[in-house]
Design a protein around this ligand. Structure first.
Ligand code: C2O
Ligand code: CU
Length: 525
């Protein structure tokens, strides 16, 4: 028996299904008529709305969140997040035709990006498509990604950090036949874990620097408006000292003594995690950003930078009944240099150790579980097929005049340089260079580089290796986001298929993105 007096404020991360969102639909008028289009498999209305949720004892926390309403499709396509503020889990199958109507119930403009999905430019959530309060944006696309854990979040110009911090984020889980054929844990044993950090003010409200600034105020530059400390945090990145899993602080989860699939998403604005079991049992990694690996790999710990996903396979039967276990973030060298001194507002520095999730292994008998063997067909990356095999394109991550940039250029809504222009149906080698050690004021910071609209392969890391990090990198498999440490050069193989147009690539440390570390690339037909 557990002693509830020991953990008076224990909250459980919700396990398994929270029930179809349609059944728990709250208080919003249905704006859409039931879908007429027989070609559609799934039609969802996604409302971005202000709300209040109970996260800590005492006052409720004001949040912004996504609420979904299923207008067409199987009830399993939309699963409400019962606790916390996270958006509903959208579950679709590869090949399905999906329509999602974003309805902006917020007091400022927003747009949704489907992180990791391969969709056309009009469906990708570029900030130029942001819609004002009360407006609707209609997404319609065929899901052609592999099975995997993708996600969605806002992407308005200069305000992504603020809006994600306010609570806007959700998982977009794709399944397919290749995955169906495997004996992977399902249902309540398929457990998404969305990890975030927040600062709470005295009245339990999220404390985001400069959140009160009016829309458009920051367009005049990173240092405008708010306090000096706030301006600095908006440039270096916002770290919180409270760790939340699925929207809950001090998260706890009860598990059976059987096999689970844990889908980890780092939806934090800035923080990178170094995840390990408290007893240092190895972790079995079965998937990354773009779905399943060819075969499982083992790590003593895994690094998870902002926006990265890692799928773990774990047999909780290997622990004794009634074991208390924790998923922790271990200490590591963040490479922040001067940056860490500028953080100011948080007690928990980047790279500091803490507990992420308490796990209680149940009292029941062990259910036999077979470790997954072969997982998927993962063709070898073929850099020789790149049109610039001999001359990788170099993208320097730069800092100047209190603005981040790439090759010295900060984000411009419609701009792409010749270097940032590529041809449809080609592959290229790109090299992200983080030579931050020589940056302004000696500020050396890691970056979490994301490319929209595609999945890439990692060809190699060059330069400084970080002892406290290197064994936890999972560079196998398909990726859309990758951690680039100061002093490191990262080579990736990108392929431009199906869709011409203007797409983003940027640092997913959201304050860096909002402060200019984002650019367009243009795919020419
Ligand atoms: Cu998840 Cu442009 O980002
Ligand atoms: Cu960055």
């Amino acid at each position: 028996m557990r002693d509830s007096r020991v953990h008076p404020q224990r909250r459980r991360v919700l396990l398994g299904s929270a029930g179809a969102a349609a059944a728990s639909w709250l208080g919003l008028p249905a704006l859409g008529a039931p879908t007429q289009d027989d070609q559609l498999d799934v039609h969802i209305e996604l409302h971005a709305v202000p709300d209040e949720v109970s996260i800590r004892p005492g006052k409720r926390t004001r949040v912004w969140r996504y609420r979904g309403k299923l207008l067409r499709g199987d009830a399993s396509a939309l699963e409400a997040s019962a606790g916390g503020y996270l958006g509903p889990v959208i579950r679709v199958r590869r090949g399905q035709r999906v329509r999602i109507d974003l309805i902006n119930g917020l007091p400022e403009s927003t747009i949704v990006h489907w992180h990791g999905l391969h969709v056309s430019e009009a469906m990708d959530g570029h900030p130029r498509f942001a819609i004002g309060p009360g407006r609707r944006y209609r997404y319609a696309f065929t899901v052609n990604n592999r099975a995997g854990s993708y996600w969605f979040h806002p992407h308005p110009h200069g305000r992504t950090g603020k809006q994600v911090y306010a609570g806007l984020a959700g998982l977009f889980i794709v399944s397919d036949e290749e995955e169906d054929a495997l004996d992977l844990p399902r249902g309540a044993q398929d457990l998404p874990l969305v990890i975030q950090d927040r600062n709470f003010g005295a009245d339990n409200q999220f404390d985001y620097p400069g959140a009160e600034r009016r829309e458009g105020a920051q367009r005049s530059g990173g240092m405008m408006g708010g306090s000096m400390g706030g301006a600095m945090a908006r440039m270096t990145g916002v770290l919180g000292d409270a760790i939340l899993v699925n929207g809950s602080v001090d998260a706890q989860v009860d598990v059976e003594r059987s096999a689970y699939r844990l889908r980890l998403l780092n939806a934090s604005n800035m923080r990178t995690y170094k995840l390990a079991w408290s007893d240092r049992s190895p972790l079995t990694v079965i998937g990354t950003d773009g779905g399943l690996l060819g075969a499982a790999v083992e790590r003593d710990y895994v690094m998870l930078a902002p926006a990265e996903r890692i799928d773990l396979w774990v047999d909780f039967g290997r622990w004794e009944a009634n074991t208390e276990l924790a998923l922790q973030s271990l200490s590591f060298e963040s490479g922040m240099g001067m940056g860490s001194m500028m953080q100011g507002s948080t007690a928990l520095a980047d790279g500091a150790p803490f507990t992420v999730l308490q796990v209680w292994v149940g009292a029941g008998a062990r259910t036999a579980a077979t470790a997954p063997g072969r997982l998927s067909v993962l063709p070898p990356a073929q850099p020789r097929l790149a049109v610039n095999f001999d001359r990788p394109k170099v993208f320097d991550l730069t800092m100047g005049m209190m603005r981040w940039g790439i090759n010295g250029n900060s984000f411009e809504m419609l701009e792409a340089t010749p270097l940032e222009t590529v041809q449809l149906d080609t592959q290229e080698i790109w090299e992200f260079r983080n030579e931050g050690r020589s940056g302004m004021m000696g500020m050396a910071m890691a970056h979490s580089m994301h490319v929209h609209g595609l999945q890439f392969r990692i060809l190699g890391r060059f330069g400084d290796a970080y002892e406290s990090i290197k064994d936890g990198l999972v560079d196998e498999g398909w990726k859309d986001t990758v951690l680039v440490m100061p002093g490191e050069r990262m080579r990736i193989l990108v392929r431009f298929e199906d869709h011409a147009g203007l797409f983003l690539y940027h640092c997913h440390m959201l304050e860096h993105e909002d402060a200019g570390l984002m650019r367009n690339y243009r795919v020419e037909a």
